[in-house]
Design a binder for this molecule. Structure first.
Ligand code: GLA
Length: 383
């Protein structure tokens, strides 16, 4: 992939580019908790976006999306929404730099990658991350990493219109080979943890249902959580987010809640507790208990938070029924995309065959499987 991108850049622009890479991610557990100031447990993967880029001493930016064979030319001083959806992630990043007073100069670029779109593996965050990282590097802005992560996140919020949390951009910047990152989304303190799952493999199963509905529903979930916090503040004036309450406090306040809002809040509060427990179980090499947290997480996401869909639910049910999976759940924003499965390594092929057959019977197509390795976050790559 790296070679193809470099080659294309040279062909189009007749110079040598500077090359960057930013990965997609999995999330072991901690879904829809990031924007509630809670905990998440992601890891960067070997599916990524590669960017070839160089400044061009002009006021123009020439963007070329290799996988789509599409290009867009923009005036760097007039950043406005583009009708090519992919371009908006990049324009959003430029806009954030400008808003912070960093003058992004004209550039040429070619980018491409192997992160499936709409699969819940954060291809959009990888795109924002790789450009943020590259602009900072090429202009010698020396922006602190945490600041860059927030800028990449805000590109999506302000320009693309998804009011996302910080998890995806954070891990795309900070991933570390063979480690998952347990992040406190309030303080942004984090800890790398070994994924002690000897004898088990992490297998992703893709419903191939694109989460098109997701951004609208995603923003609605955020608002529902905010409503929940307002209700809780009447009882507990010192709280700022769902992070600040435990299940006992929430249950005591139940009568003040409309049912839907209560369900959303219960999911988030329980999920935060699960992430902490899951982290401890991994440390103690208690794979079975760790996996159980994933099943519970899925149940909450499906029944309380209602961001799953029939295909995701089916994949989790089928996974459980094989008897070879100790934990499975939907991953990412929801409404489609992948499940993450902790599967006995020796039974991996059987697991895939079983899911293929049964899923196909129900939905008329097979799911797709990905086995990912855990890799480093954004970096410059040698030519
Ligand atoms: C998307 C968002 C993240 C996070 C997840 C759900 O991936 O970009 O910020 O909220 O959904 O956990």
């Amino acid at each position: 992939m790296k070679q193809k991108i470099t080659q294309k850049f040279k062909e189009l622009h007749k110079t040598n580019p500077v090359m960057f890479n930013a990965p997609g991610r999995i999330n072991l557990i901690g879904e829809h908790t990031d924007y509630n100031e809670g905990f998440v447990f992601p890891a960067a993967i070997d599916k990524s976006i590669v960017l070839a880029i160089n400044l061009n001493n002009s006021q123009k930016a020439n963007l070329y999306a290799y996988d789509l064979d599409e290009s867009v030319e923009i005036d760097i001083n007039h950043i406005e929404k583009n009708d090519k959806p992919w371009a908006n992630y990049i324009l959003g990043v430029i806009d954030e730099f400008h808003k912070k007073g960093f003058d992004v100069k004209g550039f040429d670029c070619v980018f491409g990658g192997n992160i499936p779109h709409g699969a819940g593996l954060s291809s959009s965050a990888a795109l924002e991350t790789v450009f943020t990282f590259a602009f900072n590097h090429l202009h010698h802005f020396e922006i602190p990493k945490t600041e860059m992560i927030k800028m990449a996140q805000m590109a999506e919020v302000n320009f693309v219109g998804v009011n996302c949390g910080i998890m995806d951009q954070f891990i795309s910047f900070n991933g570390q080979k063979d480690k998952a990152l347990l992040l406190d989304c309030r303080t942004l303190e984090y800890e790398y943890k070994n994924i002690h799952l000897e004898g088990y493999s992490i297998v992703l199963a893709d419903t191939l249902v694109k989460h098109a509905l997701a951004s609208g529903e995603y923003n609605i979930r955020r608002q529902e959580c905010e409503k929940g916090v307002k209700i809780l503040q009447k009882l507990y004036p010192n709280i700022n987010s769902l992070r600040d309450v435990n299940t006992t406090q929430l249950k005591e306040a139940k009568s003040y809640f409309p049912e839907t809002i209560y369900k959303r809040c219960l999911y988030v509060v329980e999920e935060n507790e699960r992430v902490q427990q899951a982290g401890n179980y991994l440390d103690q090499k208690q794979a079975i208990n760790f996996g159980e947290m994933l099943f519970k997480s899925h149940e909450g996401l499906s029944k309380l938070y209602e961001v799953s869909c029939a295909e995701l639910d089916m994949l989790v049910t089928l996974a459980k029924a094989t008897g070879d999976v100790i934990g499975a759940r939907m991953m990412g924003g929801g409404f489609g995309g992948c499940t993450i499965n902790i599967v006995k390594t020796e039974a991996k092929e059987h697991f895939k065959t079983q899911l293929r057959t049964d899923f196909q019977q129900q939905f008329g197509h097979e799911p797709k499987f990905y086995e990912v390795s855990i890799e480093n976050g954004a970096e410059i790559i040698a030519l």
